[in-house]
Design a protein around this ligand. Structure first.
Ligand code: FAD
Length: 347
């Protein structure tokens, strides 16, 4: 009798212990799972264009252990173009995608952790020294001491299938980048704002003729810009006109333009088509949390890359509607990493 009682006691004790160890195991596994889902990083770089990778090179060499999230377009805008002729250090030019692979390798050489992933949410903390919370692909959370925003600005296109098919084959959204390839040739540019007017006069210096296609019956550009365009002999303006088709198998050969009023269609032979209808800065996830201008570009302070949020810096096209070049993006990427390093030094 006494023996049975003792045995039962022992069994019950073991049962309780089993349950406790089961609870412990579940708890530890859950904690490990949460730990794996969350992570603290010193320097998070959002975007893998020239700005993001340059920031990564500097941040890695300063022991900030940067983590780069590539976003939907690993390598950024230059992966959509062929020849890049104006980035210093490549005397014979280089293909955009190759240049971006090299920048990635250079960033990784110093220990940058490059990860495929899209930042889907941020909670920026406006108190100095506090961590910012970032969600990746809706399911992973990490905490960042500093963030470098290098999400770029995407060029707007007309959306015609024939235009999309010929991007990189004569259709370009950057006259300063690609105008040179059409030296002494006839080109067209779409748009009637300041950028279109500026790029039309830039192209007019290089190309034999520039046809400017404007949807309205007037230009939106400033009077000074309009004046510059109007006094340039080799620019012809087609008002109230739209492109309905880009013609050519592998490269642009001509465009079909329709006059909105008369509905008359005209075929214009050209070898390059420049789209200058604006850019969209990729700042949707930061809206309402960080200072932006009315177009959505992030505002940086003075000559620095500091934003109005402590520990958050912006570099590249996302904060620059003026120059939008790979080398200027890389330059501000370098500045952002130096600013982040100095910020950490003050904590
Ligand atoms: C067709 C074309 C040709 C060009 N040719 C030249 C040239 O010859 N020379 C030159 O100097 N410039 C050229 N440019 C301009 C140049 O590409 C840009 O100025 C430069 O790429 C800007 O660099 P960036 O790093 O600021 O942004 P981008 O290169 O635009 O990179 C932005 C990055 O942010 C990522 N991203 C966006 N949102 C998120 C998010 N939520 N989470 C994570 N990542 C995100 C994207 O995936 C991308 O990797 C050209 C541009 C185009 C479109």
């Amino acid at each position: 009798m006494i023996l049975t009682k003792s045995l039962n006691k022992l069994i019950n004790r073991f049962k309780i212990n089993d349950e406790i160890s089961l609870i412990k195991t579940i708890f530890f596994r859950f904690a490990l799972y949460i730990y794996l889902l969350m992570e603290n990083v010193k320097c998070l770089i959002i975007g893998s264009g020239p700005a993001g990778y340059t920031a990564a090179i500097y941040a890695a060499r300063a022991d900030l252990n940067p983590v780069v999230y590539t976003g939907m377009e690993p390598g950024g805008q230059l992966t959509t173009t062929t020849d890049v002729d104006n980035f210093p250090g490549y005397p014979n030019g280089i293909e955009g995608p190759i240049m971006m692979q090299e920048l990635q390798k250079q960033a990784e050489r110093f220990g940058t952790d490059v990860r495929i992933g899209h930042v889907t949410r941020v909670e920026l903390n406006s108190e100095k020294g506090k961590m910012h919370t970032v969600t990746i692909d809706e399911n992973k959370t990490l905490y960042a001491k500093t963030i470098i925003i290098s999400t770029g600005a995407s060029a707007k296109y007309l959306g015609l299938p024939s235009e999309q098919r010929l991007i990189g084959g004569g259709v370009s959204a950057c006259a300063v980048c690609d105008g040179f390839f059409y030296k002494n040739q006839e080109v067209a540019i779409v748009g009637g704002g300041d950028t279109a007017a500026e790029e039309a006069t830039y192209l007019a210096n290089i190309c034999s003729k520039v046809t400017m296609i404007i949807r309205r019956n007037e230009m939106r550009a400033s009077k000074a810009m309009q004046h510059r365009v109007n006094k340039t002999n080799n620019i012809e303006i087609l008002y109230e006109s739209e492109i309905c088709k880009v013609l050519g198998d592998n490269v642009v050969e001509a465009i079909e333009v329709v006059n909105n009023k008369t509905e008359v269609k005209t075929k214009i032979p050209i070898s390059g088509l420049f789209i200058a209808i604006g850019h969209q800065p990729n700042t949707e996830i930061f809206r309402g949390q960080i200072e932006m201008d009315d177009l959505g570009y992030i505002i940086t302070k003075g000559k620095s890359t500091k934003t109005n949020i402590p520990g958050v810096f912006a570099s590249g096209d996302v904060q620059d509607k003026e120059y939008r070049q790979a080398v200027t993006a890389a330059g501000t990427g370098c500045m952002a990493a130096l600013d982040a390093e100095r910020y950490i030094g003050t904590l």
